[in-house]
Write a protein that binds this ligand. Sequence first.
Ligand code: DSN
Length: 420
Amino acid sequence: MTLPHPALSAADPELAALVGAEEQLQAETLRLIPSENYVSAAVLEASGTVLQNKYSEGYAGRRYYEGQQVIDQVEGLAVARAKALFGVEHANVQPYSGSPANLAVYLAFAEPGDTVMGMALPMGGHLTHGWGVSATGKWFRGVQYGVRQDTGLIDFDEVRELALKERPKIIFCGGTALPRTIDFPAFAEIARECGAVLVADVAHIAGLIAGGAHPSPVPHADVISTTTHKTLRGPRGAMLMSREEHAKALDKAVFPGLQGGPHNQTTAAIAVALHEASQPSFRTYAQSVVANARALAEALLDRGFDLVSGGTDNHLILMDLTPKEVPGKVAAKALDRAGIVVNYNTVPYDPRKPFDPSGIRIGTPSLTSRGLGTEHMAAVADWIDRGVTAAGKEDEEALATIRAEVAELMSAHPAPGLAG
Ligand code: DSN
């Protein structure tokens, strides 16, 4: 089952054993965390190459180190592929991950103390959208919108009213626990009205956009920020994209504003992932992710689960477990013991604390990468249902039974990059 790592095993057997154990865990479990995925063997290989050895501060043709004959081409390939895939004029593939990418946006378009606006973290937003505990909420004045309590949906009248009152320099749309389509034109109209830069943080849905399974933020958003490792199925990294008019400001903000040398091995793996995402098979993948999520949502509703906003349009489902009388954390930990990996999550207007919230967040990118289809979603919903019930009763035997059933299905669906 585990891949051989001969050099690692010889040099550091202790660490090699841990890598092997993680491979086994990823192979045997049903991974439902919506921000995770399995990269292809090609992406995995690219991210472990000698490109690791090279320093390349600056941009292609304008580096502060020599010996960039190859690296410039690698980065050029990644940039060209990002531009072609997303239909943008400019792409920067150097941000180390999503949070630094978003911080670069602040550096490009705002001054410390300026007002910025984003969705509140407990409503489904992201820390870096101006939430108080983040540097973005400490160094900037974050004002936050949410979703309506009755519908679980964004109320654009409320967003407009807040934006016109507060006049933010930057408005973020997107987040980490949003099960519904993001209305980019509606956000763009509000940003225009109040003179803000609109940033679409599409980290969760970049792969769906690339595969035509979610509307594109182009041409509505001024800046598009994304990680590369979620639905896009690339390595852990990020990209910033924009029209040409913002290219210089964003590039300067990433380097030298915020970062030093780019991680060239990651840039290479991003290039591979972008190539894979431009193939017809990736369109099928993206559509399947959404079809699976919808089927899973239906199956969960049939079993009496309370889903925020009543369902999903994308890859993600947010479940409020209050009616099941099992706290999110208790359920998440029990499901983990049952071989089903989810994360506990706040739900909008959650009366509980973020470290012990009412909900769990699940998604279908990983299971779709393993070839599971809509025909499997009733079984997945059933395991979740039985797992949550077992969590409430502290029934370890039931959890162990589920774990065995999950492992059996998983063994019939080898994961990309792990199949051996
Ligand atoms: N950690 C990411 C997620 O899980 O959605 C957000 O940063």
